[in-house]
Design a protein around this ligand. Structure first.
Ligand code: SAH
Length: 252
């Protein structure tokens, strides 16, 4: 029995952005486990069983994958982007912590992928070129008060901020409140990148100031990058570049 479990990132969408390491794991797998749209990105082939589940069943999905690997199957759990960023790698660790001792022997590997903020940043230029942080705006797994505190402190610390899950279905007004807070604490001039469905045929990029940003500019397929006070738009004939310089002047 030589089962294993690989927790793999499929990148933001384009096949070219899947790493060769993840491609190899998928080629060797007997089972693919994940949220339906991600499992759909893995081509069917004889000998590969695809287990698709609903988005909210992360721990149940992790347990199913661990059980299959413990039985000797070669299992890939798929996430979009990177599996360690608001995705399945931590869910598998949680399931392991509470699981049977036999799972302690399962070979578990995490295979990185290109996360949405890095794909978006690369498309726009280099908005994450200086210090930055990432905040998940979904309040499914944490209280909204904590999200507001982290946003406020991140702006006060003058980080560029990548916002994942900007439009939570459970709380559609959350993103509007987040934008208000960002304007109040950081002023209206900061630049904001709305990057939707990066690296897919539906890709859309938009750069506006916080004054112009409104909640309707983001949906569940959008990652939002709020610039620091130093982030700027470099106009060029061949296309503008949004970037944050590598150094900050004294006194900022
Ligand atoms: N593990 C994923 C993130 C999962 S959370 C990763 O590393 O990218 C889901 C959120 O990721 C979405 O709501 C959106 O904010 C962002 N996202 C995922 N794919 C994206 C893409 N192709 N373009 C823009 N944002 C994306």
């Amino acid at each position: 029995m030589s089962g294993w479990l690989a927790i793999a990132g499929l990148g933001p969408g384009a096949a070219e952005l899947i790493t060769p390491e993840v491609g190899q794991a998928l080629a060797q797998a007997t089972d693919v486990v994940g949220y339906l749209p991600y499992v759909d990105r893995v081509a069917a082939r004889p000998g590969l069983v695809r287990h698709a589940s609903d988005n909210r069943e992360e721990i149940a999905r992790a347990r199913q994958a661990l059980q299959l690997a413990a039985e000797g199957r070669r299992v890939v759990v798929v996430s979009s982007g990177d599996p360690g960023v608001f995705a399945m790698a931590a869910a598998v660790c949680e399931a392991l912590e509470d699981g049977p001792s036999a799972w302690g022997e399962v070979d578990v590997r995490v295979l990185p992928g290109i996360t949405a903020m890095l794909a978006a940043s690369a498309r726009a230029g280099a908005p994450l070129g200086h210090d930055f942080c990432a905040i998940n705006l979904s309040d499914n797994l944490k209280p909204w008060t904590l999200i507001e505190r982290r946003l406020r402190l991140a702006v006060e610390a003058d980080f560029a901020i990548a916002l994942y899950n900007p439009r939570s279905k459970a709380r559609p007004e959350g993103f509007a409140r987040a934008l208000e807070l960002l304007r109040r604490v950081g002023g209206e001039q900061r630049l904001v990148l709305f990057a939707r469905a990066v690296s897919t045929p539906e890709e859309q990029l938009k750069v506006v100031s916080l004054a112009e940003a409104h909640p309707g500019m983001a949906d569940m397929r959008t990652v939002v990058i709020i610039g620091s006070s130093q982030t700027r738009l470099l106009s060029r004939v061949a296309g503008a570049l949004l970037y944050t310089p590598r150094s900050v002047p004294a006194g900022v």
